[in-house]
Design a protein around this ligand. Structure first.
Ligand code: ZN
Length: 336
C-alpha cells in the first residue's frame, strides 16, 4: 500500500512523500519515493496539480516545481496539492514509460495490491481525487510528438462538469484548445478524475524532445491563471482579451480518423506543419524505405478536414505509430 508521510488535511505548507513499496535487484526492501506538497488555508476548493506522469515531458514538472516553491499559505484559499513529478524514475531516464515498462497514464484507477504504478494510481484515485474539486494534469508531446501547444479536455456528458472543464481549459489562455479522445487504450489519470465528477484540465504543451522558454512561460502563466480562475490561488484572473489576443482556435479531434497511423515501418517525412489547414485526401506525410531506394515512398493522406495539431517528432517509425493528428475547427457553442 502507498503511504503518505504528511497529513493531507492539515493547514499550512507541508512537504512530504508518497512511498510505494517495491523490490529491486539492489534493494529488497525499497520504496519508490514521490514528493508531494500541500498548501492549505481556510475553506475553499481543493486543486491537485500533477506533472511528470510521463517522464519525457518536463514542461509540467518545471511549472509544478516553481509553483510549489513559490506558493505561500497566504496565497491559497482552500487547498493546493502538488505532485511535481508522478513518475520520477521515468523523468530521470527522460523516457515516457517507467523503467518497468509501465505507462503511468494507463494505470488508473489502479490497485492496492498491484504493481508499484498501480498502487500509486490507486492512492491518487482513492485518497487525492475524492478530496479535490479540480485536477490539473500537465502533458506535452514528449520526445515522440510535436504538439501545437494547447489546453485540452475530454468530452464529458454531464453539462455542468463539461461547462466547468471548458471554462478551465480556456483559462489557460493558449492560442489553441482541443477536445480529444483516447485512441491508445484506457486507464488515464484524467479519465478516472472525470469519472469522479472533477473539473479536469489538461494540456499538450509542445514536445519534440525539447522545451523553449516560451513554452515554459505558457506552462507557468497558464497554470497560475487556471488556479486563480478556480478560486484556489490569489490574484486577478487574466483573459486573452485583456492580453490583447484574439479568441483561441477551438479544435475537436474526436474522430478516430483524426489520428493518422503509419501504414508501414520506415523513415517518416512530414509534409505538413503544425497549424496548417488540410483537406480530406491531402498528403500529410510519407514513409521511406531505407532498404529499398528504388521504391516510391508510401504516402499518408488526411482523412478529415481540419488543422494539423500533432506531427511525429521521431522519424524512425513503426507500422501503427501515430504520425499526424488533425482537429476540426469548431465554434465555442459546439462545446456547450
Ligand atoms: Zn503525457
Amino acid at each position: 500500500m502507498t503511504r503518505c508521510t504528511i497529513d493531507l488535511d492539515a493547514p499550512g505548507k507541508q512537504l512530504g512523500h508518497l512511498r510505494v513499496p517495491r523490490s529491486s535487484n539492489t534493494s529488497g526492501w525499497s520504496s519508490l519515493t514521490v514528493p508531494i506538497l500541500t498548501i492549505g488555508r481556510g475553506d475553499g476548493p481543493t486543486a491537485l496539480v500533477v506533472g511528470g506522469v510521463h517522464g519525457d515531458e518536463p514542461e509540467g514538472q518545471v511549472a509544478a516545481l516553481n509553483l510549489a516553491r513559490a506558493t505561500r499559505p497566504e496565497d491559497v484559499t482552500g487547498r493546493l496539492i502538488v505532485i511535481p513529478c508522478l513518475s520520477p524514475e521515468a523523468s530521470r531516464a527522460y523516457t515516457r514509460l517507467w523503467p518497468s515498462g509501465a505507462n503511468m497514464n494507463r494505470s488508473f484507477p489502479g490497485s492496492p495490491d498491484g504493481t508499484a504504478d498501480e498502487q500509486l494510481a490507486h492512492f491518487v484515485s482513492t485518497e487525492l481525487f475524492p478530496r479535490c474539486d479540480v485536477v490539473v494534469d500537465i502533458h506535452s508531446g514528449g520526445r515522440t510528438g510535436l504538439c501545437l501547444p494547447w489546453s485540452e479536455m475530454h468530452w464529458v456528458d454531464e453539462p455542468g462538469q463539461r461547462r466547468r472543464m471548458v471554462e478551465g481549459m480556456l483559462a489557460w489562455n493558449t492560442d489553441w484548445c482541443c477536445v480529444y479522445i483516447d485512441i491508445a487504450g484506457t486507464g488515464l489519470l484524467v479519465g478516472e478524475a472525470e469519472r469522479q465528477g472533477k473539473t479536469v484540465i489538461s494540456t499538450e504543451l509542445g514536445g519534440g524532445g525539447h522545451v523553449t522558454a516560451a513554452i515554459h512561460r505558457l506552462a507557468a502563466d497558464g497554470l497560475t491563471n487556471v488556479l486563480r480562475h478556480e478560486g484556489v490561488l490569489a490574484g486577478e484572473v487574466v483573459t486573452r482579451d485583456a492580453l490583447g489576443r484574439p479568441e483561441p482556435t477551438l479544435l475537436m479531434a474526436t474522430d478516430e480518423d483524426d489520428y493518422l497511423l503509419a501504414p508501414e515501418s520506415g523513415l517518416f517525412e512530414t509534409l505538413v506543419d503544425l497549424g496548417q489547414p488540410v483537406e480530406p485526401g491531402e498528403p500529410v506525410g510519407r514513409i521511406h524505405f531505407l532498404e529499398r531506394p528504388d521504391r516510391e515512398p508510401e504516402v499518408i493522406h488526411a482523412a478529415n478536414a481540419g488543422v494539423v495539431c500533432v506531427v511525429r517528432a521521431v522519424a524512425t517509425t513503426e507500422q501503427g505509430d501515430n504520425v499526424v493528428v488533425t482537429g476540426r475547427v469548431v465554434h465555442r457553442s459546439e462545446l456547450d
